[in-house]
Design a protein around this ligand. Structure first.
Ligand code: CA
Ligand code: CA
Length: 293
């Protein structure tokens, strides 16, 4: 009996150790982190590529095996991706650069509304950070995908608006590129997109919402959902605040150009003044000399 008890206790302890290791290994996603989305000094061009400094200093979110969990399917084929977020008073800007090594079996037709399989991006936003679940009007759960013909599409899957499958987000502008099964998506989602929820997202500095970023990963017919925070739960999802930190392309200040003009003009003015003064002295001296004669 004693020996059996010891064996059982040892087995239990080993089991606890394995379980805690598994929990540690799986804890890639983060909960209730506070992040700022900086303000774009210049709106990026929505063409699917990062040109020059248009996305410099944007909030970047690394999406990979170390930072995410698989809420469905597997983390084994998790793409390596970087998501970028910026805002201005016109709306929100998003860029995804996704290195995806597996080809999907599903490619959505265009104008499909609910894009919920294949490869692509989703995000789940709760404007009311205390909200959870999938009640109509409480959340924006959107999909961005490269649809048939290499055309970028953005739709509201599957809750907001209709309660089942949403339509395309017609006010949004989205573009993409493809390189094998890797892809980019660049989007502008104007302020009008965010006005219809029970708690609207007012696109001004200081606004905070809860958000979980998602990669839809399809390897052949195997679908995985890979997430960077909690699943359908505003209170534990990471929080994002629109800040006035500056991002994107910043035009050179005009005052510098004016100073350059002033600097080059000043010596000319001085030279002209000296010349005029010398001419006046010479003239006066000449007049005096001529008077003496
Ligand atoms: Ca661009
Ligand atoms: Ca894939």
């Amino acid at each position: 009996m004693k020996l059996n008890f010891k064996k059982t206790a040892a087995a239990l302890l080993a089991g606890v150790c394995v379980a805690s290791m598994a929990l540690t290994a799986a804890a890639g996603a983060t909960m209730d982190e506070k992040r700022n989305i900086p303000m774009a000094a210049t709106a990026p061009t929505i063409d699917g590529v990062i040109s020059g400094d248009e996305w410099d200093n944007a909030l970047t979110i690394a999406m990979n095996k170390d930072t995410c969990d698989a809420v469905a399917g597997t983390l084994d084929t998790c793409p390596t991706a970087t998501f970028y977020w910026m805002w201005d008073y016109e709306g929100l800007y998003f860029f995804a650069d996704v290195t995806d090594a597996t080809a999907p079996a599903t490619v959505h037709p265009t104008n499909n509304g609910s894009y919920n399989s294949g490869d692509g991006i989703q995000f789940c936003i709760y404007p009311d950070v205390t909200a959870a679940g999938s009640n109509v009007g409480d959340l924006y759960f959107w999909s961005l995908v490269v649809a048939e013909g290499g055309k970028a599409e953005i739709g509201e899957h599957f809750v907001f608006g209709t309660g089942s499958a949403g339509g395309d987000v017609e006010d949004a502008v989205v573009a993409c590129t493809q390189n094998g099964s890797s892809y980019t998506l660049e989007a502008f989602m104007p302020a009008v997109c965010w006005e219809s929820s029970n708690t609207p997202i007012v696109v001004v500095e200081g606004t905070t919402f809860a958000m979980t970023n998602v990669i839809m990963e399809q390897d052949g017919g195997t679908q995985s959902l890979i997430i960077d925070s909690s699943w359908f739960d505003g209170p534990t999802a990471n929080k994002y605040t629109l800040s006035t930190d500056v991002a994107g392309h910043v035009d050179a200040p005009e005052t510098e150009a004016e100073e350059v003009v002033a600097d080059t003009a000043a010596p000319q003015t001085f030279d002209m003044g000296v010349i005029a003064a010398v001419a006046a002295i010479v003239s006066a001296a000449g007049y005096a000399i001529s008077k003496k004669r």
